[in-house]
Each structure stands twice: as structure tokens, then as C-alpha cells.
Design a protein around this ligand. Structure first.
Ligand code: SF4
Length: 381
């Protein structure tokens, strides 16, 4: 029966943090207990309002992100997940349910609540093991706090844990990065994400640093060393910035790169449903006021043209190590990939940026180094 249903990913946004980090431009802010309670009520109202329209979907992955989901009571997470289970059909045998947690906000009660809510994957925002770097970033925790939280999660039986790290920090050296990486490897997480910091306008970092404070060449060296170091430790790169032990790739994020439909729930959350992209209301009070009918909070509905769908297929799919399947392209768009992108593909292969193997196309290491440029070639003028 389930075979007839379409796969769906759910993203649930918890927009609260203990304090704003100095580099952060996410939709997140500190809030008092009353606001948190009101928000959770509103989020559940949004979920309940979807009951009539989601029966054709089978939920394969859920990602509770933020903000800092671990900054709210564990009981709230249980309530939210109960509402989800009442409204959506979940693929109970195989579902991946992740929650983002930040060191310093994790307690035994919360971790037990997550298990009660069915959560089977934790994603820790660590960023660095160097306490001075953490301080510079405006994080609330030290490395030691993280290790305590991580060990507690292991003791309680969490078997699938990601650790987020961040490179290209002003003042970071190759040696400080490798220290971070090696300390994290010693902890044996199943998954490691390593993104480069982007200094965004509107953040404290933007007022404090300029582009000159980030060394692009060093970041490239760090990228290569990261891949080598992690490969030696048994992690393989399955996406430009993501590494996992075999079988522990993040299914939820992979579904973004494969353009599986996903529904964002909560403040500002983005969705891709029936080739339409949209996001929820971004103003917290408006969201709380209107969320009892999902139709009232959807903003910037953008029905993607066929060209945009093809572009996304290429530049999202090429982020993955396995690349894109030319067969899937053909099935989805009813034309051969050669007839649309033949010249670009040929040129990129000739320049050593792309590899065509069997029915797959993927980036070479050289292609990954300049991935933005390669991907931009797949955008129609
Ligand atoms: S914890 Fe994450 S979401 Fe919250 S302020 Fe820091 S970087 Fe932003």
C-alpha cells in the first residue's frame, strides 16, 4: 500500500537560541518561556491544520532544526512529535528523525525525552574544539561541555551522531583546524559536517571582519586535508561538505540534494512540494497569530519552471559524490541530458572537472575545488 505514496521529508524549525552567535544570520533569537510555549502551540496548530492534505505522502525523514531545538523543554519536543504522528503517516520501519542540539543546552531529561519522541539521530553544533575560537564565534559552550554532552548521549544509547564543524574562521590555522578534526575523530561520531564560514551581512562578524580576514587559499588546503584525514579515519565524503561512516549518510539532507518533496513546519521554514518552493511567515508574532491554517502562513509561492527544475537537478545533485543519474534526468524531464546540457558536459569533462561513468555524472576533485563555477554552467542564461 505504501508503494503508492510519495516520499516526504519534514523540517521542523525551532527558532530559539540561548544567545545569538556572532556570525549567525539564521532565523533564530533568544526568547522567554511564555514565547516558547506560545510558539510550540502555534507549531502544533500548523501541523494539525495539514491533516486533510498530506494523506498521499509517506514521511521518510524528519529534521528538527533551528535555532537550537535543545533550548526548549524536552516535553515540547514530545508534544510536537505526537502531533506529527497524528497527522502524517511515518515510515516507522526505516525513518530517520534528527534533532539539532547545542552543547550547553543538553540534559539527561531532554535526551530521554528525545528517545521517547522517537528521535534516533543527534546533530551537535560544535564548530571547533578550540575554546578561544569558540569564544570568538560567540558560542555559549566550551569543548569540555560538548564532550560531557556527547558522552551522556552515548551512555543513553544514541547510535547515530553528527558533529558540525566550521572552517575559514578568522585567525584559524591549518594546525588548529587539524587539532579540531583529530579531537573529533577520537570521539568516533558516525557523521561529520565541515562547512566554511561565510561572513553574512547583518551579523556581528560582518562589522568585525572583512574578506581579508579569511584566507581562501588556506581554506582550500584545509578542505583537501580534511578529506584525506577523514578518509584515513574511515569517513567518506558523500557530499561536498559532509562525511560519514558507511551507512550513516544523513538521509534527510540527501533528500534535499535529490529534490525529494519536503515540507517545512514552523517559523520561516522552507518547502518544496509539487515543484513549488515557498516558505512560511518569518515574523514570529504573525506566525503565532496565523498558523492555525497552513494556507495563511505560506509566502513567496514559486512554481518552478521546467528550466529551473533542470538547473536544480544538476547543481543540487552534483553536490553529492555519486553525482546525478542521467537516467533519472531523462525519466523526470522526458528529454535526454545530452540534448539539454551536452555542450556543457563535454566541455567540463574535457577540462577534468566532471566524470561520466555508466549512467552517472559527478565532479572530480578539481571540479569540487571550483564547484560554484562548474555548477553555474548548468544555469540557463
Ligand atoms: S546556536 Fe546556531 S542558530 Fe543559534 S545563534 Fe548560534 S549559530 Fe545561530
Amino acid at each position: 500500500m505504501n508503494n503508492q505514496k510519495k516520499d516526504l521529508g519534514l523540517y521542523i524549525h525551532i527558532p530559539f537560541c540561548v544567545k545569538k552567535c556572532d556570525y549567525c544570520d539564521f532565523l533564530s533569537a533568544p526568547a522567554n518561556d511564555d514565547t516558547k510555549r506560545l510558539y510550540v502551540k502555534a507549531l502544533i496548530a500548523e501541523i494539525d491544520s495539514l491533516k486533510e492534505v498530506v494523506s498521499e505522502y509517506l514521511v521518510k525523514t524528519i529534521f528538527i532544526g533551528g535555532g537550537t531545538p535543545s533550548s526548549i523543554d524536552g516535553t515540547f519536543i514530545i508534544e510536537i512529535m505526537k502531533a506529527v504522528q497524528n497527522v502524517f503517516e511515518l515510515d516507522v520501519q526505516d525513518i530517520e528523525i534528527s534533532i539539532e542540539v547545542n552543547p550547553g543546552t543538553v540534559t539527561k531529561e531532554k535526551l530521554l525525552a528525545y528517545q521517547q519522541a522517537g528521535i534516533n539521530r543527534l546533530s551537535f553544533g560544535l564548530q571547533s574544539t578550540d575554546n578561544l575560537e569558540l569564544k570568538k564565534l560567540g558560542r555559549i559552550h566550551t569543548f569540555e561541555t560538548f564532550v560531557d554532552n556527547y558522552n551522556l548521549a552515548r551512555e543513553l544509547g544514541f547510535k547515530n551522531i553528527n558533529i558540525d564543524l566550521m572552517s575559514a574562521l578568522p585567525g584559524q590555522t591549518l594546525s588548529s583546524w587539524l587539532t579540531t578534526l583529530n579531537k573529533v575523530i577520537e570521539l568516533k561520531p558516525e557523521h561529520i559536517s565541515a562547512y566554511s564560514l561565510i561572513i553574512e551581512e547583518g551579523t556581528l562578524f560582518y562589522t568585525r571582519y572583512s574578506e581579508d580576514d579569511q584566507d581562501e587559499e588556506l581554506d582550500r588546503v584545509i578542505y583537501r586535508e580534511t578529506k584525506d584525514t577523514l578518509e584515513k579515519a574511515g569517513y567518506y565524503r558523500y557530499e561536498i561538505s559532509n562525511y560519514a561512516k558507511a551507512g550513516y549518510e544523513c538521509k534527510h539532507n540527501s533528500s534535499y540534494w535529490m529534490r525529494t518533496p519536503y515540507l517545512g513546519l514552523g517559523l520561516g521554514a522552507s518547502s518544496l512540494i509539487q515543484n513549488t518552493r515557498f516558505h512560511n511567515e518569518e515574523n514570529l508574532m504573525e506566525y503565532i497569530k496565523l498558523s492555525n491554517d497552513y494556507r495563511n502562513i505560506r509566502r513567496e509561492m514559486d512554481k518552478l519552471t521546467l528550466n529551473t527544475q533542470m538547473e536544480e537537478f544538476m547543481f543540487l545533485g552534483l553536490r553529492m559524490q555519486k553525482g546525478i543519474s542521467t537516467k533519472t534526468f531523462e525519466q523526470e524531464f522526458k528529454v535526454s541530458i545530452e540534448s539539454v546540457y551536452g555542450d556543457v558536459i563535454k566541455q567540463s569533462i574535457k577540462e577534468g572537472l566532471l566524470i561520466a561513468k555508466e549512467n552517472n555524472l559527478y565532479l572530480t576533485d578539481k571540479g569540487i575545488d571550483i564547484s560554484n563555477l562548474v555548477m553555474s554552467r548548468f544555469i540557463f542564461e
